[in-house]
Design a protein around this ligand. Sequence first.
Ligand SMILES: Nc1nc2c(c(=O)[nH]1)N[C@H]1C(S)=C(S)[C@@H](COP(=O)(O)OP(=O)(O)OC[C@H]3O[C@@H](n4cnc5c(=O)[nH]c(N)nc54)[C@H](O)[C@@H]3O)O[C@H]1N2
Ligand SMILES: Nc1nc2c(c(=O)[nH]1)N[C@H]1C(S)=C(S)[C@@H](COP(=O)(O)OP(=O)(O)OC[C@H]3O[C@@H](n4cnc5c(=O)[nH]c(N)nc54)[C@H](O)[C@@H]3O)O[C@H]1N2
Ligand code: SF4
Ligand SMILES: [Mo]
Length: 716
Amino acid sequence: MTEMLNTICGVCPGGCAIKALIEDGKLVDVKPQTGAPFGALCVRGKHAAEVVHSPDRLQKPLIRVGERGEGKFREAKWDEALDLVVEKMLAIKEKYGPQALISHSGRGAFEQSVLDFNSAKDLNDSVASKLLLPFGSPNIASVSSLCYVSYGVFAPMTTFGLDGRLLLSDFENSQLIVVWGANPATDSPPFIYERIIKAQQHGSKVIAIDHMRSDIAGRADQWVAVRSGTDGALALGLLRVIINEKLYDKEFVSKWTKGFEELREYVQTFTPEKVEAITEVPQETVLALAREIAGTKQVTLKTYTGLEYSNCGVQTIRAVYILWALTGNLDVPGGLYIDSPGEPFFTAGEFVKPEGLLPIGAAEYPLFYRLTGCAQFMEFPKAVLEGEPYPIKALLNNGASILTSYPQPQIWEEAFRKLDFMLVIDRFMTKDALFADVVLPATTYFENTSYQRYPGYVRLRQPVIKPIGEARNDLFIFSELAKRLGYGNFYPQSESELLEKAFARRPELLAELLNHPEGVRLPVSPRQYRKYETGLLRPDGLSGFNTPSGKLEITSDLLAECGYDPLPIYHEPLEGPLGSPELHQQYPLVMNSGARIHSTFRSQHLNIPGLLKLQPRPQVLIHPKDAADRNIQDKDKVIIRTKRGEIGYYAKVTVRVMPGTVEVNMGGGAPVQASEWRDANVNVLTDFTNRDPISGFPVFKTLLCQIEKAEHIESI
Ligand SMILES: Nc1nc2c(c(=O)[nH]1)N[C@H]1C(S)=C(S)[C@@H](COP(=O)(O)OP(=O)(O)OC[C@H]3O[C@@H](n4cnc5c(=O)[nH]c(N)nc54)[C@H](O)[C@@H]3O)O[C@H]1N2
Ligand SMILES: Nc1nc2c(c(=O)[nH]1)N[C@H]1C(S)=C(S)[C@@H](COP(=O)(O)OP(=O)(O)OC[C@H]3O[C@@H](n4cnc5c(=O)[nH]c(N)nc54)[C@H](O)[C@@H]3O)O[C@H]1N2
Ligand code: SF4
Ligand SMILES: [Mo]
């Protein structure tokens, strides 16, 4: 039987509306659902059928029979595997206490219902599984240990006292759009990219500030090429021009900010000459950019991970936000709009943090703990290998590929080997899974009942095919574990309960959705601007910001309380031409890693033939001059070396990167991947100890390397 169903793509949590061609219970093709709200189909979505029916999909629970890392497993029944997990969890709790167990959730844990059922009132990280909280362990962690929260939580909370999800870029009403350290073309889905291009067609100017000519920099009216990791100096240099030339919003500054005088003093050293020397942005550009941002009426901003991975990531993003506020672009039409949180859709779970126990990382990263309530997972190896601050003996990992995502995988492997118990829940056999005691197979979202919320729109997700093999929806895996642990009530026990609980606040909406598979539009409240004047940003209704001082904090009380500099200070990259000149002699190229490529999602899809065709080999982007100096030609196999290790890559000689700088693809290093990628784990080259002191995020993007030719390969 053949059916063409309007549905939601199930490859990633992007939630694009698509059409799925189903033949005899199999997904055989997908098409864009044109005209539908949030209809889109990225290149990965186009290959959904291959992903879903990949012969590599995990189909049955597995129990390890060989050594850790060897990859020898036997198939097991679900009950046996789940019982074993619970038996081990309880035994470890009995022997070492509940804090000896930690959970970690990754990019495979972003599905809407999984996020919702993992939301908790006092914990600002809905990605992290909360299964261990009722168990008694405070150690819940996620990829927020190295992604998003610097820009999404720490910088906006310490500056404006609000969650970054409420900061919306008003592209449609802007005159100028600055994309700074983000490439929205690779967002999932790329709706923001489309909005930027549309705004550009309607007359907005687009400036991209990036160390490489990314997709958006290529489409922008101006590309400002900046040395990676030095954006803090650029932002402070722009602020100096704006302050000294009195181009800022004086009334806003005097009424609503705290710390302006300290900032005025601090920025004085960031002269255009010095900024040029640090950032490689010509002084004329610094002056012109500052005057243009200050002199244009409606200027909006889009930023993300490009600013997170430096030695002062949080402070850099703060400096950029402050620049936007001081130039009168906060909570105004065409600027950075502050959205209203509105009525919550989902009632957060009753999860509470166990009393008297701090998660790992709370002492080293006090702001991280204060604002997320979670463990900083970068501290996991120390807890396992050195027992500091106390021993961790078990890891429950869902939807994450730790050994390809975190720096220096050999350290993490050593930690995995030392664990008493490890669980992995995934769709594929990851490198982590090779070390696990139990591996549980997860479904794709094509196989699940759920729902998806969008701005002003909601839609149900009906399964379009049966689960592959015995794979299960993650939420019900957690539900089964919780039931066995005596607290199943935190999770739904059936698909109908999933929907009922999710729509508990709006049962009439659920009824409407069941009759309207195409989705339902939700009312959008009219915009109110400059809400700091009207008391709408604070729960007590007083005017100002929801910060300790009630002002926009240029000098942050929260940062000071946690022992950090309250000003948005700049730190030179620890490893770099200026930060470590001796090392630079030996490793003369600045190495950046992980700019997104369209055909992969971090470590995912490097086993999908149709997607591999788009880029079969892991590439290092290198400038023609640096390539010529090393006798390297396009497509040559090269060796990239850092102080920490070396790996083989393939050269892509291109002027998209600045001279002296390279960009190395991320994602390789997992056993199911094509052989060229399997050994190309860029994190062998990155540094476990080099971190942003506030977020604890590793510095992925401004390290030093050397590259030499290995051999010439004809085709790539
Ligand atoms: N196709 C695809 N889409 C993805 C992902 C994927 O792997 N594949 N990953 C997802 C994930 S996990 C995330 S967090 C988001 C991230 O979303 P983005 O942050 O938009 O990620 P990128 O596309 O890598 O864009 C970051 C940009 O910052 C630039 N950059 C890097 N370092 C610096 C710097 O020091 N200064 C400046 N100014 N720019 C810098 C990079 O060159 C790049 O153009 O994307 C998500 N979307
Ligand atoms: N050097 C360097 N390292 C980086 C980065 C970089 O730019 N440079 N980027 C960092 C960033 S921003 C991030 S977010 C991390 C990414 O960190 P990870 O979360 O490890 O990202 P992925 O590699 O996408 O791994 C996701 C895993 O989830 C599985 N999965 C997908 N969907 C599901 C599902 O529905 N259920 C379950 N159970 N599993 C599922 C996939 O098969 C895959 O194994 O990497 C970081 N590492
Ligand atoms: S962004 Fe995600 S949900 Fe959208 S089409 Fe691509 S893979 Fe599917
Ligand atoms: Mo990420």
